[in-house]
Design a protein around this ligand. Structure first.
Ligand code: ADP
Ligand code: ZN
Length: 722
């Protein structure tokens, strides 16, 4: 009799054993359907020795597999990656497997799906909701639920529109092949320095060996052009490439650029895909037909059939760290995946993370440098504006020097970018009369005013409220004042100063879809925008040759609340946004507003002393035993009941094992003491680099019990300290 162990998609369950009925064949990696109680569930057959089960049942109690999917099995390297990820990040293997089988519908082998789209027939009288739905849906199509989400209305509104003929059903094929990118479509003439670097990467792809490389070059040096040569080589070999980007918003410009070089767009994978697109992409990735996939971090666990190259672009970005569910870092897991697959991995960055630089120092990664900007473009000059001397007018945020610089830029017909990493109009609203501050009822956070949307919003849980006419505390009317600036407020100031200038606000509120991002790029390139005010969303990836001035509105912002990477992150962010200036033939200029021009980060930026900054920062990390020289893990205990969270956290704290080379801090209320209605207590584990903290934490927490209403989440190598 043949029995198999199956890892199901249910993260609450361990692996389960099943019988393979006569006539069916299942090997490790096979994707199968299994019975579980009255239901059926997908899973993957695993080697029993690698996936121990504590609920082994006798042969006589085994149930039969329901079936084996007609899909390529999850290959050995991906199974090893799933095990490694689960082990390293202390997550249930099933939770990691779910990221590999990321599209339940992909398993469904029907070749078509039914979607809906607008017919263009617009009835005379529409309810506001129906009108909103049609406007937002535009040219897009999808399931009723997907359209409802896009339109921010209920399913019923969409169904109503179907009934009156404004929306119709269409059958779409989910098996259409993807066009093949052509490596010889439009190759660039690389400079000598670029060629040298590209050759090394091409050789790696050709050799099909694990080779981690840091591709280090200033913004505009041609990193993308260079790693495209490695992609071309993988294409010539018929292999697959994965390019990871830190943000969905960057996908669109990347697709265009890729298309220019290779003649066709790659396959995109991100959370914004419709179900039918996910299904088509997943199946093409699994069959090997999708040659190049570009995606956000979740693309990392897909079942590529023949992966020959991984690129992590903007590899220093902290958004590669997943902050809920499995707390993995996509950059680090990408390197592990390349190792299991036996293929090269390129980490591209103008401002590499200290962790990555340390791997180079240790000799684990190779470093390839691109020395300067491509062509005639020069790196922009960075200067500080001391806000204690060069003061903005009362109630304003732009210093006279910056205003003058904007004026000059506009008079030359060039574009300016003002960067402030704060969405909305103002981060805090209070009552002038009684001092009441508007706080989120579910989180330890202020409600942020969004004037464009006419509402206050919590950036943590999404809670929204209409801006009240009077103070809910003292009842005073028209007493509410906005404190501090967000991008919308800066845009207002710009409008006041330069009423003629055409403005754009770029945040996740305004660029909420790839189409919006494409529209923005189009308007910038056509010169229809003079001044952009944006959050970190505009700091990366864009190439606007006529953009010559960058103003950093508040360089001190990133240094507040100082977690261990605050200085590094500030430095990277300002370098990135500075990198948007002067990318064409015209020189760029960067003005950084600060209250403390002598702060090490600012001083290093002005002196263009990248190496000096990194060295000082690395030394201080080494002294503190902070990552990458020591290890951290956070344990977050949360519950809707504050007492319960505190009690459990204290019990866990008391049970902390005494281990040489390891300290446990806390429990203490997390800085975000309440999040989405749950009270949060935090313990922080600090350990020597060589210590197997995961092992220690596993047995420590394994010996503890807590009620179901309490959640205990472990974050290994944490990036967020809230
Ligand atoms: P990075 O990724 O390092 O920021 P990019 O690859 O985006 O740099 O290059 C910056 C700009 O210079 C892009 O518009 C790119 O097309 C152009 N460029 C870089 N190298 C070349 C080249 N060898 N030939 C033509 N254009 C190039
Ligand atoms: Zn909230």
């Amino acid at each position: 009799m043949s029995r198999v162990r199956v890892l199901t998609l249910n993260a609450a369950l361990g692996p389960l054993d099943y019988r393979v009925p006569y006539g069916m064949s299942a090997e490790p990696g096979s994707i199968v359907l299994v019975p579980l109680g009255p239901r059926q569930l997908a899973g993957v057959v695993w080697e029993p020795e690698r996936m121990p089960s504590d609920a082994e049942v006798g042969d006589n109690r085994l149930r039969n597999l329901v079936g084996v999917y007609d899909l390529p099995p999850i290959a050995d390297p991906l199974r090893r990656l799933i095990e490694w990820t689960a082990d390293y990040y202390l997550a249930p293997p099933a939770a990691v497997l779910r990221m590999a089988l990321a599209s339940a519908s992909a398993l469904d082998d029907r070749r078509t799906a039914i979607e809906y789209r607008a017919t263009g027939v617009v009835p005379d009288r529409l309810t506001p909701q129906r009108a909103q739905a049609l406007e937002r849906i535009g040219e897009r199509q999808g399931l009723v639920r997907e359209l409802a989400t896009i339109a921010d209305v209920s399913d019923g509104v969409i169904r109503g529109l179907v009934k009156i003929g404004a929306i119709e059903a269409v059958e779409v094929s989910v098996d259409d092949p993807y066009p093949l990118p052509d490596p010889e479509h439009a190759p660039p003439h690389l400079s000598e320095a670029q060629t040298a670097v590209a050759n090394v990467l091409v050789n790696d792809v050709d050799a099909r060996v694990f080779a981690p490389t840091l591709l280090d070059g200033v913004t505009g040096s041609g990193k993308t052009e260079v790693y495209f040569e490695a992609v071309a080589q993988a294409l010539r070999q018929g292999g697959q490439t994965l390019v990871l980007l830190p943000e969905i918003a960057l996908t669109e410009p990347f697709l265009r650029r890729f298309e220019g070089r290779f003649g066709h767009t790659p396959v995109a994978w991100h959370s914004g895909l419709r179900q039918s697109q996910r299904r088509r992409a997943w199946r093409a990735i699994a069959s090997g037909e999708a040659k190049v996939t570009v995606g956000a971090r979740s693309a990392l666990f897909l079942p590529y059939r023949d992966l020959q190259l991984i690129v992590v672009d903007e590899a220093h970005e902290t958004s590669f760290k997943q902050e809920d569910g499995v707390h993995y870092h996509a950059r680090d897991v990408a390197v592990m995946r390349a190792r299991f697959e036996g293929c090269p991995v390129v980490l591209a960055s103008a401002t590499p993370a200290i962790e990555t630089r340390q791997q180079v120092t240790l000799g684990n990664y190779r470093e390839l440098k691109l020395p300067g900007r491509y062509g005639v473009a020069q790196m922009p000059e960075i200067a500080a504006i001391d806000l204690t001397e060069d003061r903005p007018e009362r109630g304003h945020w732009l210093a006279p020097t910056l205003v003058t610089a904007i004026e000059e830029t506009l008079s030359r017909g060039e574009q300016a970018l003002l960067f402030l990493n704060r969405r909305g109009y103002a981060p805090l609203t209070l009552c002038r009369h009684c001092g009441h501050r508007f706080q989120c009822p579910n989180c330890t956070a202020w409600m942020v005013e969004h004037r464009l949307l006419a509402r206050l919003q919590c950036h943590h849980c999404g809670h929204v409220m209409a801006p009240p006419k009077k103070c809910p505390e003292c009842g005073e009317e028209d007493s509410l004042v906005a404190c501090g600036p967000g991008v919308e407020r800066i845009a207002d100031e710009v409008a006041e100063l330069f009423p003629e200038a055409r403005r754009a606000i770029v945040t996740s509120d305004t660029l909420w879809s790839p189409a919006k991002a494409a529209e923005f790029v189009g308007r910038m390139e056509a010169g229809d925008i003079d001044i952009v005010v944006g959050t970190q969303l505009v700091t990366k990836g864009y190439h606007f040759p006529n953009l010559t001035l960058v103003g950093v509105v508040d360089a001190d912002l990133g240094l507040q609340g100082g977690d261990l990477r605050a200085a590094e992150r500030s430095f990277q962010q300002i370098m990135q946004v500075a990198g948007r200036a002067g990318r064409g033939t015209k020189p760029g200029r960067v003005l950084v507003q600060t209250h403390d021009p002598s702060a090490p980060v600012i001083a290093a930026l002005i002196a263009a002393d990248v190496e000096g900054f990194y060295e000082a920062e690395t030394e201080s990390r080494r002294d503190a035993g902070a990552p990458p020289f020591g290890r951290l893990a956070a344990i977050i205990v949360s519950s809707e009941d504050q007492r319960e969270a505190t009690d459990v956290a204290q019990r866990i704290g008391k049970a902390a094992p005494k281990v040489e080379g390891m300290e446990v801090f806390g429990p203490a209320p997390a800085p975000l003491a309440m999040l989405r209605g749950r009270h949060r207590m935090r313990l922080l584990v600090h350990a020597r680099r060589a210590l197997d903290v995961q092992d220690v934490i596993r047995s420590w927490l394994g010996s503890q019990e807590w009620p179901r209403s309490v959640r205990v989440a472990v974050d290994v190598d944490p990036y967020s300290f809230v």
